[in-house]
Design a protein around this ligand. Structure first.
Ligand SMILES: NC(=O)c1ccc[n+]([C@@H]2O[C@H](COP(=O)([O-])OP(=O)(O)OC[C@H]3O[C@@H](n4cnc5c(N)ncnc54)[C@H](O)[C@@H]3O)[C@@H](O)[C@H]2O)c1
Ligand SMILES: [Zn+2]
Length: 250
């Protein structure tokens, strides 16, 4: 199928969809200037994400890990949602039942005004106590942070980023909400390299449960999908939306 007919085919599926679930990864924020971990301009060429975003790295060298997060927080603070986030935000308010399960920690879906966001890997704007002293996670959007590593206000121990690191488990409630959303008519898999588990298993589960699954990625990689559109999220979603919006009554 050609690129144009792929766009049309996705638009007609969405017109008929009652329940839409969108799985997003770092690629959806690439056009906002936030580096991905993998892919052509991925971070991992210069930084070893897998070596920094781990409990072991934090135990060994919390300051270096925090410097890396503080640097990413500065990039994200300057970034704005792009057309891909905007289109999903519009759909989340227009379509009857939309869930956006994001692996991103940048908060750009929320900033675009998206309803029904499930943060699979937490938020870079939240901190929690690394000693589990009982203090609940808290928000801190100061950039740069005044002290590195930051401290827990409860016990003065080390604070950690409120994100899920490689090797850590997903919160059970978040996992259950995400899996429930896979009973959908259409599932879009946008800007994820589909290699980080268990997030990567969600698309496969949507295929198994009989949803129409479409991937949008310049380098598609999810297996078993019904439609793989090799394009950038911000361009493809904009094109699809331009086919959908005239059909909405004023
Ligand atoms: N913005 C963020 O919050 C951010 C950024 C980097 C990494 N992460 C974290 O790192 C992990 C990395 O896994 P991942 O699969 O999300 O990302 P990834 O970095 O492993 O892969 C990014 C994918 O996006 C694709 N891509 C690049 N530009 C694109 C575009 N314009 N449109 C659509 N796709 C594009 C690439 O081909 C690649 O497949 C996740 O757990 C996530 O939490 C988050
Ligand atoms: Zn504490």
């Amino acid at each position: 199928m050609s690129f144009d007919s792929d766009i049309h085919s996705l638009a007609s599926r969405l017109k008929a969809a009652r329940r839409l679930t969108v799985l997003t990864g770092a690629g959806i924020s690439a056009a906002s200037g936030i580096p991905t971990f993998r892919g052509p301009d991925g971070l991992s060429r210069n930084f070893r994400a897998e070596q920094l975003a781990t409990p072991e790295a934090f135990a060994r060298d919390p300051k270096t890990v925090w410097e890396w997060y503080d640097w990413r927080r500065q990039i994200i603070a300057r970034a704005k949602p792009n057309r891909a986030h905007e289109v999903l935000a519009v759909w989340s308010r227009r379509l009857p039942d939309v869930t956006v399960v994001t692996q991103n920690v940048d908060g750009l879906h929320e900033r675009a005004g998206t309803k029904g966001v499930v943060r699979f890997h937490g938020s870079i704007w939240e901190l929690s106590c690394s000693n589990a002293c009982g203090r609940e996670a808290w928000s801190d959007d100061r950039v740069p942070l005044p002290e590195l590593p930051p401290r827990c206000p409860g016990c003065s121990g080390l604070a950690r980023p409120g994100v899920v690191w490689f090797g850590e488990a997903i919160n059970l409630d978040i996992l259950a909400r995400s899996r429930r959303a896979l009973d959908c008519d259409v599932c879009l898999v946008v800007g994820t390299s589909s290699v980080v588990y268990p997030a990567a298993a969600l698309a496969a589960e949507a295929v198994e449960r009989g949803a129409f699954v479409a991937e949008i990625n310049p380098e598609p990689g999810a297996s078993g999908v019904d439609l793989a559109i090799a394009g950038k999220a911000e361009e493809v979603l904009d094109r699809v939306e331009s086919l959908l919006s005239p059909s909405i009554p004023p």
